[in-house]
Design a protein around this ligand. Structure first.
Ligand code: SF4
Ligand code: SF4
Length: 399
């Protein structure tokens, strides 16, 4: 890991990335992506000590989206953070907790969800968590009574003979299994039978964002071995989480080039919304969504925009005649676990303020967005109902 660097020399110092960085716009503590990314990387290559403001980068990728030179600025920042935190991790316990939700869920697995959630909402517990750096005002997800992958095993699906695998992502698996079941429902409608292998584990995005690159590498190996096996059997591997999708498609080859080449495997997963759009185009995915089902807002997650594949979840809703319009109000601010962190929470809320205003003023019935933590942040800040686009589509089709 320590040897991996993204070449900063493509940077022409135009500063476009800094203009589009939502964190730099809200705090003077962060000089922005140009300075802390490619410019400082040259000093890092000369062995200079790290700039402490690096910790402010949220890994939202808005800099990457804006850069006309295609510099992977956020990856420069994440790899520099990993190298620095391998020496000394400034918030080890807090960062480990917020970036290892799947391991944590295994450890407290036998405890009933109601008890876990009650403890997590207890003001004394929130006070203790606040003391270790998890802000007491942060919107925390609630554990579902049963994980998505367990529910899927009990689900009776039509035997179509056409299998797809779904990489659920931790948010759907642990906190919002209904979104996963809604995807399975849609894929069943499109003539597919869905599997979710036990070997799938966290994609590693939260670990990367908190500097645990070695842990992310362990998960990457386990996931890629399974993805390769499935692809060799002709089973497409889908995901509906933009952050997982970005991790597999772009970040695994950047962060772990030797692993990816040694496995000789295309790491990219298929976007589940795009898969459904294509099935609809071929006449294989038909739904009857009656007009007059209300007005909805769509929030494009930053990592979905960073994928550069358009907005297939939004397009899917439009394709079935849903009255939905884009919020077009930038980042929600949470960036995975960034908004949970005490020293970042206030900035996270400021970053999302424009979007929260648009949601409150919209008069829409619900907000649709693919990213689980975007749903958490928008619902927490505005009180609006937030759904995965496919969940919304299912509820409208079944009205
Ligand atoms: S990833 Fe986001 S927070 Fe980090 S430098 Fe880029 S735009 Fe700014
Ligand atoms: S937008 Fe790209 S080229 Fe311009 S300063 Fe940022 S990294 Fe450099």
């Amino acid at each position: 890991m320590n040897a991996v660097h993204v070449n900063p020399d493509a940077c022409i110092a135009c500063t476009t990335c800094t203009v589009y960085c939502p964190v730099a716009a809200q705090t003077e503590a962060f000089p922005g992506p140009r300075m802390i990314g490619p410019a400082y990387e040259r000093f890092r290559l000369l062995g200079m000590v790290e700039d402490p403001s690096l910790s402010w980068c949220s890994n939202c990728k808005n800099c990457d989206i804006a850069c006309p030179q295609g510099v992977s600025i956020a990856s420069i920042n994440m790899m520099a953070r990993a190298r620095e935190y391998e020496k000394a991790h400034p918030h080890f316990l807090r960062d480990w907790i917020v970036s290892h939700s799947e391991t944590l869920a295994h450890l407290i697995g036998p405890v009933p969800a109601g008890l876990k959630n009650g403890v997590m909402q207890n003001s004394l517990v929130r006070g203790i968590l606040d003391m270790i750096g998890i802000d007491r005002k942060a919107f925390m997800p609630s554990y579902a009574p049963r994980r998505f992958r367990t529910l899927l095993k009990d689900l009776r699906q039509p035997k179509t003979g056409r299998k797809v695998a779904l990489f659920p992502g931790c948010y759907v698996d642990l906190y919002d299994p209904q979104a996963g079941l809604d995807l399975v429902w849609a894929l069943n409608q499109a003539g597919c039978e869905v599997v979710c292998p036990d070997a799938f584990c966290c994609c590693g995005v939260p670990m990367v964002a908190s500097g645990f690159m070695l842990d992310a590498g362990v998960n990457a190996k386990r996931n890629l071995i399974e993805v390769k096996k499935l692809k060799e059997q002709g089973i497409p591997v889908l995901t509906a989480c933009p952050s997982c999708e970005l991790m597999f498609r772009e970040e695994l080859p950047t962060f772990f080039p030797e692993l990816v080449s040694s496995l000789n495997c295309d790491s990219a997963l298929v976007d589940a919304q795009e898969f459904l759009l294509e099935a609809q185009s071929r006449g294989e995915f038909k739904l009857d969504v009656k007009p007059g089902a209300g007005r909805y807002l769509y929030h494009a997650p930053c990592h979905m925009r960073a994928l550069g594949i358009g907005l297939p979840g939004f397009e899917l809703l439009r394709r079935f005649g849903v009255d939905v319009r884009p919020a077009s109000a930038g980042c929600c601010g949470i960036s995975g676990s960034y908004g949970f962190k005490k020293e970042k929470h206030e900035v996270s809320i400021k970053v999302g303020a424009e979007l929260f205003g648009v949601v409150r003023d919209s008069g829409c019935q619900a907000v649709a967005t693919e990213c689980g933590t975007c749903r958490l942040q928008i619902a927490g800040a505005t009180g609006a109902e937030c759904r995965h686009p496919v969940s919304l589509l299912r509820s409208l089709a079944e009205r």
